[in-house]
Design a protein around this ligand. Sequence first.
Ligand SMILES: C[S@@+](CC[C@H](N)C(=O)[O-])C[C@H]1O[C@@H](n2cnc3c(N)ncnc32)[C@H](O)[C@@H]1O
Length: 190
Amino acid sequence: MAIFERINVNGIEKALFVGFGSGEEIAQLSSKLGRGALIYGIEINAMLVEASQNRLKEIPQKLVLQSARAESLPFESTSMDFVFCRIVLSEIPDWKRAVAEMVRVIRPHGRVVIVDFVSYNPDWLAVSGDAHPGLDPEMVAGVLQAHGMRILQLDNAAGKGTIGSLHGERLWVETFFLEAIKEAEETLNP
Ligand SMILES: C[S@@+](CC[C@H](N)C(=O)[O-])C[C@H]1O[C@@H](n2cnc3c(N)ncnc32)[C@H](O)[C@@H]1O
């Protein structure tokens, strides 16, 4: 199933996209969100912020894009209903801190969706080595759980993503899809 078809947009009034790149993911989800939703995005590359701002100027929702790092999100705690992060964590050495930040900004009952490359694919490792090892989905899920999130979906074969070429052949690797919900405080501290 396509990534955006898996996402239940009910109750999403404030959505945050972490490392949105070209903004394609924002365009996709915006078509499912209500017109009154607020869409935020952060991206480390300021040139992509400007390009995406132009690309997305027709979307009906209010859009606030800025340059920032996933490891230090410029948002208040418990301020977002939904956080989306696709193929970004595997580029961040301290990805666990970025996960902690995403959990921090999610409100109780809010959800986070993480999509990234699965680490154990041998083709991927042959080409990328230590620079881009991908991530172990179970480890990412474990970090979310350690921060009080409950796993709703974990699919270790959510579709292929391309990472370049090997011996002239285009190289595709598996991605995982992980969705988690923040437990309400009374569940965390009974
Ligand atoms: C492979 S691209 C994915 C872009 C987009 N999420 C998508 O799926 O099309 C990774 C993106 O993460 C951004 N990025 C890398 N490290 C980051 C960090 N520490 N904080 C925020 N963005 C980061 C890069 O600039 C790049 O745009």
